[in-house]
Design a protein around this ligand. Structure first.
Ligand SMILES: O=P(O)(O)OC[C@H]1O[C@](O)(CO)[C@@H](O)[C@@H]1O
Length: 258
């Protein structure tokens, strides 16, 4: 299902409300979180709502999608730092219920295996939040990643390192490897919301709309999942066929939105 909003702000608020709804309906939910600039307004709105109307977060479990290899948790560009800064330092989720891949693990393959097992041990993810890379990656699953993959080490593509170079002082500082939840871990989530905002995501969202499930476009694996919502702003939706745009915005107007 597509939900298209006029602005990135509205799309982000809708996404945050979907998360809040999950927590309200199931205080024991396991939530999959994403990073990247797209998610910043989502977390801002989530924190604002939870400050205003607190919910019990003590029984939640969270798993992040990915982490750079080689960056310590205190490194300003590590995803651990991002999550602490944007979310975890502001909410009362118990520290031992928060999970991110360890970019400094000494035995990386063991750490990867343990990460997928930990997700399985809580019964899989109830809700997975996703962004999308300009090359169609979800998590850090780059093009041609096997759809059956579990948590693993990836070599980051030049495109991804170029895209993410904006966060680093120097593009060459972007790590070359990362740990990511696998595509199968993501597909096992009961509910998935993918958020894409801004004109830079328009081309990949149009490709995704047109594509059948194809390993060249990792996000197309989501076509095999029965409960995915693609949440876009007008800019990210600008290259979708007109009828999709009309329909997805029409749905919103009928009041079916949260
Ligand atoms: O929101 P951004 O910064 O465009 O990033 C998109 C995606 O790329 C990643 O940051 C990884 O490169 C994901 O974590 C994110 O979902």
């Amino acid at each position: 299902m597509y939900k298209i909003f006029n602005t990135a702000g509205e799309a982000s608020e809708y996404t945050a409300r979907r998360l809040l709804n999950q927590i309200r309906l199931n205080p024991r939910a396991s939530l999959g979180f994403a990073t990247g600039s797209t998610m910043e307004p989502v977390y801002r709105f989530l924190v604002k709502c939870l400050k205003r109307d607190p919910l019990d977060l003590s029984q939640l479990t969270t798993f992040n999608l990915d982490e750079y290899i080689g960056l310590s948790r205190g490194h300003a560009q590590s995803y651990r730092y991002y999550m602490q800064h944007h979310l975890f330092n502001k909410l009362s989720i118990p520290e031992d219920k928060v999970n991110l891949p360890d970019g400094k693990a000494t035995d990386v393959s063991r750490a990867c295996h343990a990460y997928s097992e930990a997700i399985e041990a809580v019964g899989g993810l109830d809700f997975q939040l996703l962004g999308i890379g300009s090359n169609g990656h979800i998590g850090f699953n780059e093009p041609y990643t096997c759809f059956f993959s579990r948590t693993h080490v990836v070599e980051l593509s030049e495109q991804t390192r170029l895209d993410n170079g904006r966060f680093f002082a120097n593009k060459k500082d972007v790590p070359t490897q990362a740990i990511t939840m696998g595509i199968q871990d993501i597909l096992d989530a009961k509910e998935i919301v993918l958020l894409a905002t801004g004109s830079k995501k328009a081309a990949v969202m149009a490709d995704l709309y047109r594509s059948a499930a194809d390993v060249a476009l990792p996000a197309s694996a989501l076509k095999q999942h029965g409960n995915v919502t693609f949440v876009l702003d007008r800019e990210a939706a600008s290259l979708l066929p007109r009828e999709v745009l009309g329909e997805a915005m029409g749905i919103e107007k009928t009041g079916l939105g949260l």
